[in-house]
Ligand binder design. Structure first.
Ligand SMILES: Cc1cc2nc3c(=O)[nH]c(=O)nc-3n(C[C@H](O)[C@H](O)[C@H](O)COP(=O)(O)OP(=O)(O)OC[C@H]3O[C@@H](n4cnc5c(N)ncnc54)[C@H](O)[C@@H]3O)c2cc1C
Length: 623
């Protein structure tokens, strides 16, 4: 199965990959549970005990959340936002007065200085009520200026901008362009320096820039002149702080979507916008790395928002399934609906476990969260879409009816259809599910590629190939047998109680099995494994389930210890793990037994237009 080496925008796939590779984060010091897992090392010690908030951090969060909830209930009508496509200015002002635009800004600069956990709790709360408002806040501070400024800004930049944000200035993050979405290395917006490099001129279009139409400040990624590295010209991408009132910044169009009607999102044009060199963020040429690093933590907001909406859905479904009687019983008593409810509850529990484990890691500051954050984003966004869908199904016709219409005829205004529309975007933005799986897969096979990839590299001199083979043989002589046989008796995890212990033992065994599968897939496909996305995705999905299982068990154990009288967290983790184990087993079989080649062939036939007969009978595009 081959992917063409496209040359859109004059950039080949290999060039784009080289820019993206150079931008990868490689400087984390502390081990990642997931990275270890893909190497066949199950290290529950990295997740146990579950990292709960400290008492004082929780108190800070609880107090802020109480104020935020009161404000939202009293001042914001999310259905009006959905209908009018506007969040009232006084609501934005009220949120600013509460400090919501400075949640992540350190207190020394006038912000609230919330931890990542408290910030995510706040976003989850807002998202459970009004997803559009949550996106305003998160586009501003998860990816907008505060986050990259905090990570990479100079003291001068922080002193200038942080107090403004803390007061309510709004920011945006402009990376995507009409021709480049998942593959930003190929961007065409340019920034050209003047003769003494004291000023840069930015030209180009940025698409779908959330908050863009109303932002006071934007972080804009642009292509700057190539640099020579080892005799080769290397593409450079640089991040600039651009103030909205700079001449040449134009809002060309406010985009409208299937959901999130209240967000301000637009096509922003930069017509020869002149920016002083001191507005370069981090360094010349480090823009893509800045964007990817910002997204590592930034994308944690999505699992938080998804968890908030899943909790809200669970409440709607519980109330409705008790209240609605059909065929002589509340619908929640019919097994088909009961199954959906229990799946929703167990999955919401696992989402919460994954989200706050990863947020806690982010608060540590020194841990490698790339894989955990990518999995949290992937797992929670996909789960929340299914939860929103099941909620509509359980609500029946009322699930499809708008809250406004329900209210108008005297029923409870449950906005299940709005929640479904709003949830859909989460698997697309800040790294689509497909890209998240690729990112995780690359890390999963990375160590193997480092050790063995060179042997299979085309064009390598014989002596280099022999040397690489020797190194790989040494590594695998120890690694491979120990992925089959234990040197010591495997842990029984009996401290967890019977059911949870069995799940952890399964995860332990399966981690080895997964790493062997990665190794065997690499032997079978060689460097071509990189392009076998279907195989890689199954490997990734097994890893996702193993991580979510371990996080859920750890979370349940901690909650059960806090309140031994309440067994429900253990029941939820147990059910989630049982369901995850079933999925892992089927993914396991599918790594080797699949119809990928046939399926790819049919896709090619569709793409080549050989099956257009199947499209006959449908009306084509609207004029
Ligand atoms: C509501 C909304 C808000 C947004 N906010 C912002 C923002 O604030 N700032 C910003 O910069 N951008 C923003 N975006 C852009 C968003 O991040 C992109 O839509 C996203 O990165 C995907 O890019 P794309 O839509 O161009 O899809 P494409 O990259 O064209 O992808 C199309 C499809 O192909 C898949 N695909 C692409 N490459 C591969 C591959 N190699 N292998 C397998 N599958 C692949 C994708 O997963 C997707 O399913 C926003 C978009 C929306 C809709």
């Amino acid at each position: 199965m081959t992917e063409p080496a496209t040359a859109q925008g004059g950039v080949t796939r290999d060039e784009a990959m080289a820019v993206a590779e150079a931008a990868r984060e490689t400087e984390w010091k502390h081990p990642s549970f997931v990275a270890e897992l893909f190497m066949g090392r199950f290290r529950p010690g990295l997740i146990f005990p579950y990292p709960l908030q400290s008492e004082s951090d929780k108190k800070t969060g609880d107090e802020f959340l109480a104020k935020l909830e009161k404000f939202l209930r009293e001042h914001l009508d999310p259905d009006e936002v959905d209908r009018t496509h506007e969040i009232p200015v006084e609501v934005i002002k009220g949120l600013a007065d509460l400090g919501c635009f400075g949640m992540k800004i350190p207190t020394s600069y006038g912000g609230l200085g919330l931890s990542q956990v408290n910030y995510n709790r706040s976003i989850a709360l807002v998202a459970s009520y009004c997803a559009s408002t949550a996106v305003w806040l998160s586009a501003h501070q998860s990816i907008g200026a505060p986050q990259p400024l905090k990570l990479f800004g100079t003291e001068e930049q922080k002193k200038k901008y942080f107090p403004l944000f803390a007061k309510g200035f709004i920011s945006a993050f402009a990376l995507t362009e009409p021709d480049v979405g998942s593959d930003p290395a190929r961007m065409s917006t340019t920034a050209t320096p003047n003769a003494d490099r004291s000023e840069w001129t930015i030209s180009g279009d940025k698409l779908w820039c959330t908050n863009g139409p109303v932002a006071d400040i934007m972080i804009v990624m642009a292509r700057t002149p190539d640099r020579m590295v080892d005799g080769k010209a290397r593409r450079q991408i640089t991040a600039f702080i651009v103030e909205r009132n700079t001449p040449g910044v134009e809002v060309v169009h406010r985009c409208e979507f299937m959901g999130l009607n209240g967000i301000q999102n637009g096509l922003i044009r930069f017509n020869n916008v002149r920016v002083p060199a001191k507005n370069i963020l981090w360094d010349e040429g480090r823009g893509l790395k800045l964007a990817l690093t910002t997204l590592n933590t930034g994308r944690l907001t999505i699992p938080a928002a998804c968890t908030g909406t899943a909790k809200q859905s669970l409440r709607w479904v519980r109330e409705w399934s008790n209240e609605r009687v059909q065929w002589g019983a509340p619908i929640g008593r019919h097994e088909a609906i009961a199954q959906k409810i229990s799946w929703m509850a167990a999955t919401t529990f696992a989402m919460e476990a994954v989200t706050y484990y990863t947020s806690g890691l982010a608060d540590r500051g020194d841990a490698d969260i790339r894989l955990e954050a990518a999995i949290a984003k992937l797992f929670c966004s996909e789960a929340s879409w299914k939860i929103a869908d099941e909620t509509v199904q359980i609500r029946g016709g009322r699930g499809y009816e708008t809250a406004r219409s329900l209210r108008a005829r005297g029923e409870k205004a449950i906005p299940a259809e709005r929640a479904l529309r709003d949830a859909r975007i989460n698997t697309i933005i800040e790294g689509s599910s497909e890209i998240m799986r690729l990112v995780i897969a690359r890390e999963a096979v990375d160590r193997h590629m480092q050790v063995a990839g060179r042997i299979l590299q085309p064009g390598l001199a014989v002596q280099d190939r022999v040397r690489a083979a020797g190194k790989a043989a040494l590594f695998y002589a120890v690694w491979y047998p120990t992925r089959w046989f234990h040197l010591a008796w495997p842990p029984r995890y009996l401290f967890l109680g019977r059911s949870l212990a069995s799940h952890l033992r399964f995860a332990h065994r399966h981690t080895r099995r997964l790493s062997r599968a990665i190794f065997h897939a690499m032997l079978r496909h060689g460097p071509g494994l990189e392009k076998r996305q279907a195989v890689l995705y199954r490997i990734v999905d097994i890893g996702v389930h193993l991580f979510a299982m371990t996080a859920a068990v750890s979370y349940a154990r901690t909650l059960a210890r806090q309140n031994p009288a309440d067994r429900t967290p253990v029941d939820l983790a147990d059910l989630f793990c049982r369901q995850a184990r079933r999925q892992i087993r089927s993914l396991d079989c599918a790594i080797w037994c699949h119809d990928d080649t046939r399926s790819y062939r049919v896709a090619r036939q569709v793409l080549d237009g050989r099956m257009t007969w199947l499209e006959k009978g449908a009306i084509g595009e609207t004029p």
